[in-house]
Structure formats: C-alpha cells, structure tokens
Design a protein around this ligand. Structure first.
Ligand SMILES: Cc1cc2nc3c(=O)[nH]c(=O)nc-3n(C[C@H](O)[C@H](O)[C@H](O)COP(=O)(O)O)c2cc1C
Length: 144
C-alpha cells in the first residue's frame, strides 16, 4: 500500500455546498476502490492524504489532479505504508482551525498569530503530512 499527500488551491467561489458535493462523490468512489484518507481545507487551500493499494491511489489521484474545481495540484509525498491511518474513513474532512495550526508550531509570542499557515504547508511536505496524520483515528474508533 502507499500513502499519497498533495496540496491544491480551491477554485474561486468554492463554498460549503460545493465541498459537500465533492466529498459525497469522493466517499462513494473511494469506498469502491478501498481508498481511505483525509481532506483538509482552509484559506482556499486543500491538503489531502490518500491511502490504499498503489494502483487504486494512483488512479484516484490522476482523476483528482484533472478536476477543474481546484488548481496547482502538487504531489507532496508518496511512500509505502504497511497499515492505514484512516482505515474507517473513505474520506474524512475537516476545516483546519487556528488551534490545530498552533499545535504544529507555537504561535508568535508577540503577535499571537499562528506561525504556520496553509501556504507554508504547501511547501513543507513533512509538516503537511504531520497535520493530516494528527487527524488519524485511534484503533477501534468507529466512524460517524
Ligand atoms: C479537493 C478535491 C478532493 C477530491 N477527492 C476525491 C477523492 O478522494 N476521491 C475521488 O474519487 N474523487 C475526489 N475528488 C473528485 C475527483 O476530482 C473527480 O471529480 C472524481 O474522481 C470523478 O472523476 P472522473 O469524472 O474523471 O471520473 C476530489 C476533488 C477535489 C476538488
């Protein structure tokens, strides 16, 4: 199996309804191919982790990369894994909060602004992967 992480920029005008349509379709399609993972969104940036058999993950990613609903699709990481981190989620989804960014690196002590933003994660594969994996479910977690 492999894990693939990419980032992309949402097309202008992306809203909750459009996100929900993307997720519904993604969940159905991923379940069919036994692809699992996590999709994060904030400030117009998507970060997504896909995991499963290499052939399935590559196929799903090739379709995603051609989707006109986002641009600047950049593969950040692809590596072999022996087990899944999101086994019970055909695709989890979260809007990233300030607190979650702060947990990656302490905020600036003077301005209190988060020291990490989504733009930085697009060029920092290890940090982007760390954020995605912070949403992994503990063993035995039942998906909603
Ligand atoms: C940010 C984003 C994430 C997506 N994630 C998935 C996904 O995990 N699985 C999936 O099958 N499609 C996903 N899609 C939708 C695909 O891009 C595509 O619409 C779908 O696979 C159908 O492709 P096709 O019309 O080429 O068959 C995503 C789209 C976007 C914009």
């Amino acid at each position: 199996m492999i894990r693939l992480v990419y980032s992309s920029a949402a097309r202008a005008g992306m809203d909750e309804a459009e996100l929900k349509r993307i997720l519904d379709a993604a969940r159905t399609r991923n379940a069919r191919r036994d692809v699992t993972g996590m999709l994060l969104y904030r400030d117009g940036v998507f970060l997504q982790l896909l995991e499963g058999k290499e052939v399935d993950v590559r196929f799903v990613f090739s379709r995603i990369a051609q989707d006109p609903r986002h641009q600047r699709v950049v593969k950040l990481l692809e590596e072999t894994i022996s087990q899944r981190d999101f086994a019970s989620w055909s695709m989890g989804y979260q809007v990233v909060t300030h607190a979650q960014l702060d947990a990656l690196a302490p905020p600036d002590p003077v301005t209190r602004k988060p020291s990490v933003n989504m733009g930085m994660l697009e060029v920092d594969p290890p940090l982007a992967t760390k954020l995605l994996l912070s949403f992994a479910q503990p063993m035995g977690f039942a998906s909603a």
